[in-house]
Design a protein around this ligand. Structure first.
Ligand code: NA7
Length: 492
């Protein structure tokens, strides 16, 4: 028997789930290193006006942490952040969490992970888990002259709370989920809003700004079992969304028809046509909004579809030579979604670096294991279902999978585990094959796609995800034992 030492990087949605699962399994020697000064991950870093989740509140939660008294049908940032703090409270995670601790390097030497923080602190662990998120590194566009702008230029993912946009002339570059949310929030207060749109997005009308009905909150409070049942039913219902993204058919066509119908909430035909995308609805991450259609039709909003040529001290110049006078430039230009745990220097067995292992793009067996990196796991790593399956379910199943390996270590049944190259390339081939009928293969560009044009998503259903994470196959892993060296045994 050996007490496993575990390091988790990140105290966001995945890292907190990992902590709660480790606690539940009786594994207590773990530390969660968090770069930010609070838990919550994306919900800590993102704080722009209008930020809310695009998954309904009753569904955006862990299976092990019930909450039913959400103020809104789609929760706002602060409510989700408070929920994550409650998780840390209720599972006694705070003593394990070290805030303001950015990991800069991790190296596997002598069957252990040696980890270093930006402050120079050193840690040693038997297992290292990257719960570092997907949408973390802001994508700052390479627009000529952007640094010459005299006023504030702010990326939505690093919003400046001191920035007051009231009565200002504001540009929003980018019209994804973030650009759409911040449009709804800023339009009522600014003097003029100029939306610089490189490509239009399909937007589905949904009650994103409405409060949760009081009777629901009261009902769930009186009957907690009903709340849990409704959560399970919602998770099952979200399989419908998976189904329509991965299989062509009537359900996909019905949602696509709804997206096209929503466009008719725009009364002006010219504006409507400029907002009409030229790819299939659902291909990019689907944008939901209850206030975008109203906001975009107000007299203080202009939609600019002309290409941005450059920025100067006082505004943006478009390719047609027009100068758009501005006080503030908001970059709603998304994220470098395929960096994962990088720029951390991650070095596995025999000195292999993550950049070498991922020179043809990020990949991991079943989203979590990388050849050359023993006793290292990612949660919501490459090919995670960020565009389909219920995210907390996927994260929790990955945590359960990791806990099984750590428990095997604790029982003395193994010392290290490393997934094989063969299993990983077989998985990658299966992913590429499975992508064929998905909606993501219908011709569009988004953060879902890697540089080589393949999609960084889970193209299978929930049952397949459970299958991959539920039963590790001995032949897929090299396992070393405390006394015997390496073989291909299955863990207990
Ligand atoms: P997204 O969905 O990646 O959207 C980024 C937007 O920024 C999109 O409209 C891009 O246009 C636009 N963009 C990016 N670079 C440029 C440049 N250089 N010039 C002009 N426009 C640009 O990010 P979000 O933050 O909105 O959403 C991310 C996820 O958060 C979302 O999917 C939800 O899961 C929550 P493009 O379409 O590429 O032409």
């Amino acid at each position: 028997m050996a007490e496993p030492r575990v390091l988790v990087i990140g105290a966001g949605m995945s890292g907190l789930a990992m902590g709660a699962k480790l606690k539940a399994a009786g594994i207590d020697d773990f530390t969660i290193l968090e770069k930010g000064s609070d838990v919550g991950g994306v919900w800590f870093w993102n704080r722009y006006p209008g930020l809310a989740c695009d998954v309904p509140s009753l569904l955006y939660r862990y299976s092990f942490q019930n909450k039913t008294d959400w103020p809104n049908i789609f929760s706002a940032r602060d409510d989700i952040l408070a929920y994550h703090r409650d998780v840390a409270d209720d599972h006694d995670l705070w003593p394990h969490i070290r805030l303001d601790s950015e990991v800069v390097a991790a190296k596997f030497v002598d069957n252990a992970w040696h980890v270093e923080s930006a402050a120079g602190e050193k840690f040693t662990a038997d297992f290292l888990i990257a719960a570092t998120g997907v949408l973390h590194h802001p994508n700052r566009p390479d627009i000529p002259g952007l640094d010459d702008f005299a006023g504030p230029v702010v990326h939505t993912a690093r919003w400046d709370r001191d920035l007051d946009a009231t009565d200002k002339r504001v540009a929003i570059i980018g019209g994804g989920s973030t650009g759409v949310q911040i449009t709804g929030a800023l339009q009522p207060i600014v003097h003029k809003l100029s939306l610089f749109q490189r490509s239009p997005q399909w937007v589905l009308w949904a009650p994103t700004t409405l409060p949760q009905p009081k009777f629901m909150t009261r009902l769930f409070r009186r009957r907690p079992s009903l709340a849990q049942a409704s959560f399970r039913a919602s998770v099952r219902a979200s399989a419908l969304f998976t189904d329509l993204t991965i299989h062509p058919g009537i359900k996909r066509r019905a949602v696509q028809a709804y997206a096209r119908l929503c466009l008719y909430l725009i009364r002006d035909r010219n504006l409507r046509e400029r907002l009409r995308p030229d790819y299939q609805p659902l291909c990019k991450r689907q944008v939901l909004s209850g206030n975008y259609f109203r906001a975009v039709q107000q007299s203080n909003v202009e939609v600019v579809t002309e290409r941005i040529d450059h920025v100067d001290a006082t505004g943006i110049v478009t390719a047609d030579g027009n100068h758009h006078d501005l006080d503030v430039v908001v970059l709603a230009t998304g994220f470098q979604a395929h960096n994962y745990m990088r720029p951390m220097e991650l070095t596995g067995r025999d000195g292999i670096t993550i950049d070498e292992a991922w020179k043809s793009g990020p990949h991991a067996f079943a989203m979590t294991s990388i050849p050359g990196f023993p006793n290292f796991f990612t949660i919501l790593g490459p090919n995670s279902p960020v565009g389909s399956i219920h995210l907390q379910t996927a994260a929790e199943l990955t945590c359960d999978h990791i806990v099984r390996w750590i428990s095997a270590f604790a029982r003395g049944e193994m010392m290290t585990v490393e997934v094989s190259e063969t299993a990983t390339s077989r998985f990658n081939t299966d992913v590429v094959d499975a992508l064929q009928p998905t909606v993501w293969n219908t011709g569009c560009e988004s953060w879902y796609f890697k540089d080589d044009g393949t999609v960084d998503l889970w193209p299978f259903d929930l049952a397949t995800l459970k299958q991959y994470l539920g039963q590790p196959l001995s032949s897929d892993y090299t396992i070393t034992h405390p006394e015997r060296g390496s073989d291909g045994d299955q863990m207990g």
